[in-house]
Write a protein that binds this ligand. Structure first.
Ligand code: WQD
Length: 334
């Protein structure tokens, strides 16, 4: 299939490109490099040994999109491009609505003009908000607790309405849990531009000595060791979910959400221990107050994706930690 990938130079996008190219898809990337390294696509080309088209530009640029639609004529779009820092979304709400909502609207308008009917969307488990029950299934109430989460939910609604307006349109909403890990080559991984927000890159920076200690945000939650539980998913498994979604969208119509997680969860302390094992280094920790907006536990019920997409996570915790460490040492002076 000819597939346009917005935000394809980012962390999850770049891993998905490799899977697409390995399966023989023709791929064009649109990225503005707001949060991606300039050499990522060269790394993807070298690893895949396949041609890859790329355009540097913004997903809100309608004339640019029209031109790409005319030149490349994608049969499907995978839409990663967006802003994703929860804290920053609260201080810059208009920026988040602009990129995440206007970006999605502009893309859909360009797709509609070009009669492109299939889209896979990067959504987030954060659309569920405070758990009413766990694991979350796709029928769980939707009540995001941040601006970021609301942009994801609104984009889901727009995509759902768009799909419903014509019988042959297909939208697949992938609700990611906590993506971690790196490609086995250690040439692709998460490369946060500023201070990382997420647990794994922070642990990795403590292991290399870039940071003195990991702050553990809350050790008095109602969980077995008192620290927060999350459903961490290896980025290669997550990338493969997009391939499964693409096959699904080729034969189905309408909009459908899928949880993309492992169905297991691990505590902050378990993540630290796994990383100590993978790196052979001690990770000092400091018990700190709970972080605003955090919930005690999250966990996916991923059975719908197992059943309907034929997708299942295969990478375990040790691989998540070991691949992160390999990426960190190869690229960031471990
Ligand atoms: C994981 C656990 C923290 C940092 C966020 C977004 C979500 C999605 C993924 C998408 C929690 C604890 C963390 C630290 C810690 N984003 N922690 N010390 O908050 O589950 O999800 O990222 O694009 O939408 O909300 O992930 O990695 O920040 O935290 O103790 O220095 O680690 O409290 O329990 P989170 P995270």
């Amino acid at each position: 299939m000819r597939v346009l990938v917005t935000g394809g130079a980012g962390y999850i996008g770049s891993h998905t490109l490799l899977e697409l190219l390995a399966q023989g898809h023709e791929v064009c990337v649109l990225d503005n490099y707001a949060n991606a390294a300039p050499d990522v696509l060269d790394r993807v080309r070298a690893l895949s040994n396949r041609p890859l088209r790329d355009e540097t530009g913004d997903v809100r640029d309608r004339s640019r999109l029209d031109k790409i639609m005319d030149d490349f004529a994608p049969e499907a779009v995978i839409h990663f491009a967006g802003l994703k820092a929860v804290g920053e979304s609260g201080t810059n709400p208009l920026g988040y609505y602009d990129v995440n909502i206007n970006g999605t609207l502009t893309l859909l308008q360009a797709m509609q003009r070009a009669d492109c009917k299939r889209i896979i969307f990067s959504s987030s488990a954060t659309v569920y908000g405070e758990p009413q029950y766990l694991p979350y299934d796709e029928a769980h109430p939707l009540n995001p607790m941040s601006v970021y989460g609301r942009t994801k939910l609104m984009a889901e609604q727009i995509l759902t309405d768009w799909a419903a307006a014509q019988p042959d349109r297909a939208t697949v909403l992938l609700r990611y849990f906590n993506p971690v890990g790196a490609h086995p080559s250690a040439d692709l991984g998460e490369d946060p531009r500023d201070t990382p927000n997420n647990l794994m890159p922070l642990i990795a920076q403590v292991a290399t000595g870039k940071r003195e200690a990991l702050q553990v945000y809350g050790d008095d939650y109602d969980t077995p060791d008192g620290t927060g539980l999350r459903d961490y998913i290896h980025v290669v498994d997550l990338a493969r979910a997009h391939l499964a979604a693409l096959s699904y969208a080729a034969t189905q119509s309408g909009a459908r959400p899928f949880n993309i997680g492992t169905g297991q969860n691990y505590s902050v302390r378990e993540m630290v221990q796994a990383f100590e094992k993978a790196s052979g280094r001690k990770i000092p920790t400091i018990n700190s107050p709970r972080r605003d907006g955090d919930v005690a536990a999250m966990q996916a019920d991923a059975r719908r994706a197992n059943r309907e997409l034929g997708w299942q996570a295969t990478h375990g915790l040790d691989d998540m930690a070991a691949s992160t460490w390999a990426w960190q040492t190869k690229n960031h002076n471990g």
